[in-house]
Design a protein around this ligand. Structure first.
Ligand code: ZN
Length: 242
């Protein structure tokens, strides 16, 4: 069984399509939230994601802000401009879809949240200390998170309780063991200075996690961002991956 794990699409339909095209044969898709925000294609992304096979989709902080479940003042200026624009163009049924998304899902092995197990739509798990605190907030061996836009793996050493942080490169496969917090990186706005769309392939039987990166047509997304009147910063950053 192969599960495509994606997160932080951020209304970048070109990147989403490239990731889906590269994974036509997966058995299921787990989407860790932030379907919208920053990018120019919120309706297209929400509609496409709902068509994915055996989909589990979670609520992200940008999704919550668009549905008024989260205060806009929590966002920086450019992010809040994008959220306001998204609210103005979103179809009613797509807004309803965002409203229906859960903050947390778990199976016997995996806990899924957008941001962190401790604070499912807000906290950034960027450093080993924050990860260490978060291991107390889920019961399964593994937690899958997005939100930082970085393909990170945090592993807890069972005896010392020390946490190791690894930024996973494209094509690298991680053998899951012990307790770990895993992030597939971002489809629509990577922030590790690699502009390629990021996603993970999870094999829940063999417990493997592989990060892959793929190119997509960045200039076409940039011109749609500019044409929509969205902050130019969100166009520029796509080319450099920050
Ligand atoms: Zn995000």
């Amino acid at each position: 069984m192969r599960i495509l794990v994606i997160s932080d699409i951020h209304a970048n339909f070109t990147a989403l399509e490239a990731v889906i095209a590269a994974n036509a044969t997966v058995d299921a898709v787990w989407c860790l939230g932030d379907l919208v925000g920053y990018g120019p294609d919120p309706n297209e992304c929400i509609e496409r994601i709902q068509m994915l096979p055996n989909l589990t989709c979670l609520l992200g902080n940008h999704d919550a802000a668009v549905t008024d479940a989260l205060d806009l003042e929590k966002f920086n200026h450019d992010a809040s401009v994008s959220i306001r624009w998204t609210k103005s163009v979103l179809k009613q049924e797509n807004l309803e879809y965002l409203r229906s998304l859960p903050e947390r899902r778990s199976s016997s092995i995996f806990t899924l949240v957008h941001a962190s197990p401790r604070s499912p739509i807000w906290e950034y798990v960027l450093d080993p200390y924050t990860a260490l605190l978060n291991f107390a907030y889920f019961e399964t061996p593994f937690a899958l998170v997005g939100h930082t836009h970085l393909p990170l793996v945090f592993s807890e050493d069972d005896s010392t309780k020390q946490v190791k942080r690894v930024l996973v490169k494209s094509g690298e496969q991680v053998q899951l063991s012990g307790r770990q917090i895993l992030n597939p990186g971002s489809v629509g706005q990577p922030r590790d200075h690699n502009p390629q769309a990021s996603f993970a392939i999870l094999d829940p039987e063999n417990l493997t996690w592989r990060i892959r990166r793929i190119e997509y047509d960045i200039p076409s997304v940039q011109s749609r961002i500019i044409a929509a009147g969205l902050p130019e910063k969100h166009a520029h950053r796509l080319a450099e991956g920050w």
